[in-house]
Design a protein around this ligand. Structure first.
Ligand code: ZN
Length: 363
């Protein structure tokens, strides 16, 4: 009850500020510069630091050409105030379907967790790593629960937008560069990594098609079953987008590199999602690719999205010494990105900042 009252209170306040959320979104988009890049950085907000430290860090990235921060963890009030004081947009970055850290769901709804083609729950037997515990986006109570979480964030007056992460299924196939790390060869979809065969998914698919996915002869080869899982994630995204837009706020997501790879590896059909911007994680090292691939992947994403929807190329700093970071920024821009987003702020050295400042000033 307490939370509901809070939601109602901030909900009214937010709606009062912009009676027509659609129009306010439009004006936000129009206020963006039509030329030049808008750059972002992901930020782990839970790390140590007093407000003075945050002021110093945010001022550094602002001076280097960053215009928005995507922040997980930490104190929203403190971090948003500091970000705004330094001239940065403040978006809240959150894990959505990976609920490994959600003690409430684990305790009260263990049945919400996805089930593999082997019939094993990702709660009981997470694939790859211990934190790969995911809830099922097909389930209506899961959608309602996650909607409540994003509504609470979107309703906070200091939050400019909600940034979705882990808005997907567990990787049925890992990025190829990670196979040696896990001692795997994933040349096809193996059952222990293939989700979700929970009771609700099986029953919903059976009602739609007359078939039990568990009984399909070739589940990975069944287009209707693949589409069902894409649509299941997309259906959740629509619910979350409506909830955030009702507060007059923006909603964005970190997604897999291209629509093709995202569908194949993690069951994201992200080019169909009604979001305000996309941040594909173009972490070339994970795919054994070079910087030219950042441009090709950026181009594929831009071509798949409506022209008015910006794409910000996500760049992975541990793979990018300062000079290569500068090249990656230029490549992304040439391929049609509206800017880049850096993962993550703690990995930015003085040299990175200096080169980033030069290259972003020149765009
Ligand atoms: Zn399911």
């Amino acid at each position: 009850m307490k939370r509901r009252r809070f939601l109602e209170a901030v909900g009214h306040a937010a709606v009062g500020m912009s009676a027509l959320p659609g129009l306010s979104l439009l004006s936000c988009a129009r206020s963006e510069p039509s030329a030049g890049m808008k750059n972002w950085t992901w930020v782990h907000g839970g790390r140590d630091g007093n407000p003075d430290d945050w002021h110093r860090r945010f001022a550094q990235v602002r001076q280097a050409g960053i215009r928005g921060v995507l922040v997980s963890g930490g104190d929203v009030e403190v971090l948003a105030d500091v970000a705004h004081a330094e001239g940065l947009e403040f978006h809240r970055w959150l894990w959505v379907l990976n609920r490994s850290g959600d003690r409430w769901v684990k305790q009260h709804h263990p049945e919400w967790y996805t089930v593999s083609r082997n019939g094993e729950s990702s709660l009981e037997k997470p694939p790859y790593v211990g934190y790969y515990q995911w809830v099922c986006p097909t389930r209506q109570p899961v959608r309602e629960y996650l909607k409540g979480i994003v509504e609470e964030i979107a309703g906070h007056p200091a939050v400019d937008g909600v940034h979705l992460d882990y808005i997907r299924h567990a990787d049925v196939i890992l990025p190829v560069g990670l196979w040696p790390k896990y001692d795997l060869v994933q040349d096809r979809e193996y059952p222990e990594f293939d989700f979700c065969y929970c009771d609700v998914c099986r029953e919903t698919f059976r009602r739609q098609t007359g078939e039990d996915p568990m009984a399909l002869l070739d589940p990975p080869g069944d287009l209707a079953w693949r589409e069902f899982r894409w649509d299941s994630v997309t259906g959740l995204v629509r619910v979350l987008a409506d909830a955030v837009h009702a507060h007059g706020k923006r909603i964005t997501a970190a997604v897999f590199p291209t629509p093709t790879l995202a569908r194949k590896l993690v069951r994201q059909a992200w080019e169909q999602w009604p979001l305000d911007a996309f941040f594909p994680m173009l972490y070339h090292g994970f795919y054994n690719e070079d910087l030219a691939w950042v441009g090709r992947a950026t181009g594929e994403g831009v071509a798949a999205l409506p022209p008015a929807i910006p794409l910000y190329s996500g760049l992975y700093l541990p793979s990018l010494p300062p000079e290569e970071l500068a090249r990656a920024v230029s490549i992304a821009r040439l391929a049609g990105a509206a800017g880049v987003s850096l993962f993550e702020m703690g990995g930015l050295t003085e040299q990175h900042l200096a080169r980033f400042r030069e290259v972003s000033a020149g765009q």
